[in-house]
Design a protein around this ligand. Structure first.
Ligand SMILES: C[S@@+](CC[C@H](N)C(=O)[O-])C[C@H]1O[C@@H](n2cnc3c(N)ncnc32)[C@H](O)[C@@H]1O
Length: 231
């Protein structure tokens, strides 16, 4: 379960991956929590026939994946990467590294509602620490001009900031998908919006393929778009 607020309870992604037929040649589960790693070890024990293919890495996923991208044989290796953070841990530089492999199909759950939308304060630009976090997340500080506008009713006494927030989930989602298109050759344009029990949009499930070969890219996108539509 993602968090109590999210309406739908999902089967764990590690188990889903392990049950895919035909199996993958290798499964790498990257998790920084020791407790969650133990849970993954218990899951591994349920699949003895696949045990040799299952690798559990207790690591920061961004660090691990950056190294993994550097050492894979890009001509021969292909991988599906699923990034499912609770918060804004996935920064733009990691997505650039994954895109540069030309070998990865990426599923990415983006916490647009809980993360960036909350960091973007309504009545003024966010404090510096949050602003830096947003810039690392989007890989650009364009969010400042895109999601803030001059205040509609200027304050005659000069007490309020000259700008106000002009962002909603839909605008953030469009922007994020367009940003993905700048670095990945193929991006599904129908990402799935995941809502909480109060029907507020929280997450955006995106798909992007790093493989530039037209036939491979098309096949990956057709499958992803179909899956996203079916949900
Ligand atoms: C939403 S949960 C993943 C749920 C999983 N996909 C499932 O379906 O069961 C997010 C997990 O990411 C882990 N995590 C968060 N930041 C991380 C990081 N930088 N590196 C590795 N793991 C991280 C958390 O400990 C947590 O277990």
């Amino acid at each position: 379960m993602r968090e109590p607020d999210v309406a739908e309870v999902l089967k764990g992604s590690a188990r889903i991956a392990l049950e895919v037929e035909p199996p993958f040649h290798s499964y790498i589960f990257v998790e920084r929590s020791a407790r969650k790693c133990k849970e993954l070890e218990a899951l591994k024990a349920e699949y003895p026939a696949r045990a040799e293919r299952i690798h559990i890495e207790k690591a920061d996923a961004s660090v691990f994946l950056a190294e993994w991208c550097n050492q894979i044989d890009r001509r021969r290796s292909r991988a599906v990467v699923f990034l499912d953070p609770f918060g804004m841990q996935v920064e733009w530089s990691l997505l650039e590294t994954l895109a540069a492999t030309q070998a990865v199909d990426l599923w990415l759950l983006v916490p647009l509602g809980m993360g960036p939308n909350r960091l973007m304060t309504r009545d003024d630009l966010p404090p510096e620490e949050w602003a830096n976090k947003l810039t690392r997340f989007f890989g650009s500080d364009e969010w400042r001009s895109r999601f803030y506008r001059p205040r509609a009713q200027p304050d005659l006494f000069g007490e309020s900031s000259p700008v106000e927030k002009n962002a909603g989930f839909e605008g953030l989602a469009d922007y994020f998908v367009n940003r993905l298109k700048e670095i990945f050759p193929g991006v599904a344009e129908n990402p799935l919006v995941q809502r909480n029990s109060r029907n507020s949009p929280m997450f955006l499930l995106c798909f992007a393929t790093a493989n530039p070969k037209p036939s491979t890219k098309k096949a990956a996108l057709d499958i992803a778009k179909h899956l996203l539509k079916e949900r």
